[in-house]
Design a protein around this ligand. Structure first.
Ligand code: HEC
Length: 469
């Protein structure tokens, strides 16, 4: 039954792909044979092709959504979620690498251009490079070339697809499992619907406020940095007081990512289109477009390191599990943006003595500050391994064993199993992180109802040397 549905869904979008690509290829070939210069019809075929591909993607999404509702509540639900998570995550990091790679590359070009020697009048700089066994020579125009070349490469789909897959991942991981991942009832007891609505609306508002700040303060970089910084701190604080630790971090990253993608969509690309249109009509391009696009792309450049950190932060409960996790998040973001700033200065061959050491010092300070407090004094008697094993057996093994009895988890999450005493001992550091530091376990808002005393027992067992006898 399930296999039948899966194959049906697959055929649903696979057959159209084959037919459409085959048809379009022959139309394209016919057009190429007739006249190689018929740009218009080639363009039209191109957009039909894009439209068809977009509808295939939409159909695929509908197929998966149907499958999801068919499988909801069955044995296969968590398996499907796992594969959705895997597929979308892989796409997200791939598009993200392409986007950030392009962004780093162009900022590097901008920073490293030769702007003084042997330049034609219309150029602002040029650059020689060697890569993959080839020599490359690049020129940057002051505004636009007199004639726009027929083939002009744009960089935008990396950004759009990174955002789309990122948002899909947010839905699959955090919004589909809002009760377990998004909400921490100890932080704020809100309904999944409200939390999800808050998350989405916050991203929209974040962009709107940022955009207004950019426009109002375009000539005042210091004021922009100060007010913009306060605005980001405000969002980090609010997220920390609405969501679970890791969801708060992810939303902060999603906010930065949304701003970055919206910068491309609403400012950089429209500005570039206007510049191209002006050049095609023989008019001088409006330099304001170039200035705005340049500023937004610099902001994006500084956001990259913090966003990358947030993407991997959910593996590090010592950061998001901290009591003052929003301060930790802001400090790490500032430290990482500082390192990016240092790298940018270096590419421009400017010297800076303080930025790098201060940034690294800040990151060290965070690591120091988040270190567990070794409060051994409160451990008044030696906890036996037997006591710890009993707690784990009662509160963890429903999910973490080779045959989990839980309703949803049919395979041990993350492969973590506590079948034997040895298993428990081998995972002692991870147990400490999850149960004592971040309190992320037992999963699903403490599903198995571990008590504070039991957490303290595990803590003392670790602090007094995790003895097994
Ligand atoms: C309701 C099921 C459930 C219970 C009960 C549960 N866990 Fe988990 N555990 C999970 C899930 C789901 C994950 C994966 C979380 C994620 O996606 O990051 C997990 C992950 C973990 C990890 C790996 C974390 C990582 O990111 O590598 C450890 C360690 C862990 N749990 C320990 C425990 C301990 C100790 C207990 C008992 C105090 C416990 N769990 C109780 C479901 C559960």
């Amino acid at each position: 039954m399930i296999a039948g549905i899966s194959i049906g869904v697959w055929l649903l979008f696979f057959i159209p792909i084959v037919i459409v690509t085959y048809r379009l290829r022959s139309i394209k070939e016919a057009a190429q044979l007739k006249s190689t210069t018929d740009e218009r019809s080639m363009e039209r075929i191109g957009s039909v092709q894009n439209l068809v591909y977009a509808s295939i993607v939409v159909m695929a999404l509908i197929g998966v959504a149907l499958l999801f509702f068919l499988l909801k509540g069955t044995l296969y639900e968590s398996h499907l979620k796992d594969w959705l998570n895997l597929t979308i995550r892989l796409m997200h990091i791939t598009f993200g690498i392409a986007w950030i790679g392009a962004s780093f590359y162009f900022v590097f070009l901008e920073n490293s251009l030769n702007r003084t020697e042997d330049l034609r009048d219309e150029l602002s700089g040029n650059l020689w490079a060697i890569h993959g066994g080839g020599f490359y020579y690049l020129e940057k125009y002051k505004l636009a070339p007199k004639k726009i070349p027929k083939e002009l490469h744009w960089f935008k789909y990396e950004a759009y697809f990174t955002w789309l897959t990122g948002f899909a991942l947010l839905i699959v991981v955090y919004y589909f499992n809002a009760k377990s991942y998004l909400i921490d009832t100890a932080v704020l007891d809100i309904s999944p619907r409200l939390a999800i609505a808050f998350g989405i609306i916050s991203l929209i508002w974040g962009w709107v406020i940022y955009d207004i700040l950019c426009k109002k303060l375009i000539k005042k970089p210091v004021a922009f940095a100060l007010i913009g910084g306060l605005f980001l701190i405000g969002f980090a604080w609010v997220y920390a007081h609405v969501f679970s630790g890791r969801a708060a971090y992810i939303h902060f990253g999603a906010l930065l990512g949304t701003i970055m993608a919206a910068n491309v969509f609403f400012v950089i690309i429209p500005g570039q289109k206007a510049m191209v249109a002006a050049a095609k009509n023989g008019l001088p391009p409006n330099p304001a477009h170039a200035v705005a696009a340049g500023m937004r792309s610099r902001h994006n450049n500084y956001f990259t390191f913090p966003v990358l950190f947030v993407m991997i932060s959910n593996h590090f409960p010592s950061t998001y599990g901290n009591q003052y996790q929003w301060i930790v998040l802001i400090a790490i973001s500032i430290g990482l943006a500082g390192i990016k700033h240092y790298l940018n200065l270096r590419e421009q061959k400017k010297v800076s003595f303080f930025i790098m050491p201060i940034s690294i010092l800040l990151l060290f300070a965070v690591a120091f500050y988040t270190a567990p407090q070794s409060d051994r004094a409160k451990c008044t008697y030696d906890v036996t391994f037997q006591e710890v094993t009993t707690i784990i057996n009662n509160k963890c093994v429903v999910c973490h064993s080779n045959e989990p009895k839980d309703d949803i988890w049919k395979v041990a999450p993350k492969g973590v199993m506590f079948n034997t005493a040895e298993d428990i001992f081998n995972h002692k550091d991870a147990i400490y992180q999850q149960v004592v530091v971040s309190k992320a376990m037992p999963f699903n808002n403490n599903q198995t109802g571990i008590t504070e005393e039991e957490r303290a027992l595990i803590e003392c067992w670790i602090l007094t040397g995790a003895k097994t006898k």
